[in-house]
Design a binder for this molecule. Structure first.
Ligand code: CP
Length: 323
């Protein structure tokens, strides 16, 4: 994967994803040894949409690997506000940086950027990592989700995974379903209002898997007792065309301790964050709450990914290999 852009996790094989999970575990326990892995490297974070976790964890990851960071948070401060195209911005930044993390409101923007990401001086391709493109995909959030599920259950297969909330615009849901289908033997329970059902192109992925299945429901309480994982999501206000629809749908699902009392004692509650009010704060102290564990894993997985696409080997790391 050296030099490769990561637009969706489809571009990585399952052994490559397992290798990233293993690297993140290694990084966690060898923080000092890996602290100069990316010395001399520059990461550019180009965030055309708001972010707290993704941008700061991409940046912290590079800093903790010994590299440096440039970029912008908010297109109003960059030349895009003067009408510059994404391709021109990416071509420019590709002459400065060794790797680019891009968040953009338009679906497909990361793919367009990856095609433009060539260092004009050397002719080398510069890897672009999709940090969220509109309502499409968010592959590095999925890496954090996989690490968290793996830590909780010791496996990424033979699980019943409930996904709840805005399944239409929730890009983290789309990436997670796409990827878990490749691990196999997952039963998905898709819990949403009728208006926010999972897009057909995502459901098609489940239907194409010989070992995965799904059901759709509007009733969280009816299914919560069946779940190993409950992945809550925020209703994505910024992707609605109509404010009234957002206001009508935003409070459809609110997970609190009373609802959680009907869940299995070892169920894991995930949420990519930020939350609005879909998980009550009283759930935070419940041992099933895994969302701040996801935050931590996001940084570790981005450290694993950045070092991998740059081809910078972690000192002392023994690869799993393809077996
Ligand atoms: N999970 C996530 O993408 O969070 P941010 O929007 O804060 O980056």
């Amino acid at each position: 994967m050296v030099g490769d852009s990561v637009i969706t996790l489809d571009t990585l094989s399952v052994p490559q994803i397992n290798e990233l999970l293993n690297k993140a575990r290694y990084i966690e326990s060898h923080r000092r040894q890996v602290a100069r892995t990316c010395e001399g490297r520059v990461l550019a974070t180009l965030f055309y949409e708001p972010s707290t976790r993704t941008r700061l964890s991409f940046e912290t990851a590079m800093l903790r690997l010994g590299g440096q960071v440039i970029g912008f948070a908010g297109a109003q401060l960059a030349s895009v506000s003067k009408g510059e195209s994404i391709a021109d911005t990416i071509k420019t930044v590709s002459t400065y940086a060794d790797c680019i993390a891009l968040r953009h409101p338009k679906e497909g923007a990361a793919l367009v950027a990856s095609r433009a990401a060539v260092n004009a001086a050397t002719g080398d391709r510069v890897p672009v990592i999709n940090a969220g493109d509109g309502g499409h995909m968010h592959p590095t959030q999925t890496l954090a989700d996989l690490a968290t599920i793996d830590q909780r259950f010791g496996r990424l297969t033979n699980l019943t995974v409930g996904l709840c909330g805005d399944l239409t615009f929730g890009r983290t849901v789309h990436s997670l379903i796409e990827t878990l289908c490749r691990f196999g033997n997952i039963r998905f329970v898709l819990i949403s209002p009728e208006e926010l059902r999972t897009p057909r192109y995502v459901v098609n992925r489940i239907e194409a898997s010989p070992t995965c299945s799904y059901e759709e429901t509007t009733d969280l309480a009816a299914v919560i007792g069946q779940l190993d994982v409950l992945y809550m999501t925020r209703v994505q206000k910024e992707r609605f065309f109509n404010e009234d629809d957002y206001l009508r749908l935003r409070d459809t699902y609110i997970l609190d301790e009373a609802k959680l009392s009907h869940a299995r004692p070892d169920m894991a509650v995930l949420h990519p964050l930020p939350r609005v009010n879909e998980i009550a704060v009283d759930v935070d102290d419940d041992p099933r709450a895994a969302y701040f564990q996801q935050v931590r894993n996001g940084m570790l997985m981005r450290m694993a990914l950045e070092s991998s696409v740059l081809g910078d080997e972690l000192p002392g790391y023994e690869p799993l290999g393809d077996d």
